[in-house]
Design a protein around this ligand. Structure first.
Ligand SMILES: [Zn+2]
Length: 314
């Protein structure tokens, strides 16, 4: 059994306390403090030999010293609700680590978070935790200068804020809202799935798109479905959400009722889109589709929406 932190919801972010640098420093020094390492944005994991089960590798301060990783401004993920152990993430680049045998042993394997999420070999709680760290790391890489005056910014609040040294502007990590929608045919017996040219061959999923300034969720759903597939949408209902750290989106899952059925596909956006019957969707999820069509990954919200449709809960 691989030791793991089973639930990120067991972490208290302590957002009211993390602006106190002395408090944070005491947590970093805490004997129970544990750190995940993102090496070039990829989390270091431990796995069994067959790679069928894996978990994030949690480093102690001593482990990090052994591999010459200096803990400077780690990202504060929170403290465990039971026991109070502090949890952090350290982002390093391959160029900054000394490639000693110990380091190579401890820092391998790393795995791309997107494939980790797709393969489903790590618990969804740990994927979400690594996602939180990766989203922060990406933001820091892109927020080194003040958007207002151009001077350098400095990290604050355990990675949850940056401040411009020159003009004092505070900037905060951003989250981009994305609508992702399962569109039901007017007869409710089939749903609309599409494929982007970037997808693996034969993979179909629900449509999605960024919310633009001034739009509400339903407006964005209607606009995206019209733009991408030429379908008019009537009622839109909210289903569920999922943070999606590629790099920092929040997927807002919706069920949309189509009022028209003739597709006009925007080939700049989609390689294909079509209506799939409930039976076909079931085969897609079970991997038994006669045409070899595959669907969204196990931990993707698209799959949750598709399952809701299959089970008639949409
Ligand atoms: Zn500034």
């Amino acid at each position: 059994m691989i030791p793991t932190l089973r639930s990120s919801s067991l972490l208290d972010r302590q957002s009211g306390k993390r602006s106190d640098p002395e408090y944070l420093a005491s947590l970093v020094r805490h004997a129970d403090a544990r750190f995940i390492v993102l090496l070039d944005h990829k989390p270091v994991i431990v796995s069994n030999e067959a790679r069928t089960e894996a978990a994030l590798r949690w480093f102690t301060q001593g482990d990090l010293e052994n591999v010459d990783i200096e803990v400077v401004d780690p990202f504060f993920l929170g403290v465990e609700r039971t026991g109070g152990a502090p949890r952090f993430a350290v982002a390093v680049t391959e160029l900054r680590i000394r490639q000693t045998p110990a380091a190579l042993r401890m820092l391998a394997p790393t795995v791309d978070l997107r494939s980790l999420a797709m393969q489903g070999i790590v618990s969804s709680e740990e994927v979400s935790l690594a996602g939180k760290a990766k989203a922060l790391a990406h933001w820091h890489d892109n927020a080194r200068c003040c958007g207002r005056c151009g001077a350098a910014t400095r990290i604050r609040d355990g990675g949850w804020r940056r401040r411009c040294w020159a003009c004092g502007t505070d900037i905060f990590p951003r989250t981009d809202p994305v609508v992702i929608m399962l569109v039901e045919h007017p007869d409710r017996q089939s749903c609309l799935l599409g494929r982007s040219g970037r997808f693996a061959p034969n993979m179909y999923s629900t449509l999605a798109g960024f919310i633009e300034p001034g739009e509400d969720v339903a407006d964005a759903v209607r606009r995206e479905v019209m733009e991408e597939a030429g379908i008019e949408v009537g009622a839109v209902s909210y289903h569920s959400t999922q943070p999606w750290p590629f790099p920092h989106s929040l997927m807002i899952g919706c069920i949309a009722q189509a009022t028209t059925t003739d597709l006009t596909i925007d080939l700049e956006e989609l390689a294909d889109a079509r209506w799939f019957s409930r039976d076909e969707c079931r085969h897609i999820i079970e991997g038994t589709h006669p045409g070899g069509v595959t669907g969204p990954g196990r931990q993707a919200i698209a799959r949750v929406l598709l399952n809701a449709f299959i089970e008639g809960r949409a």
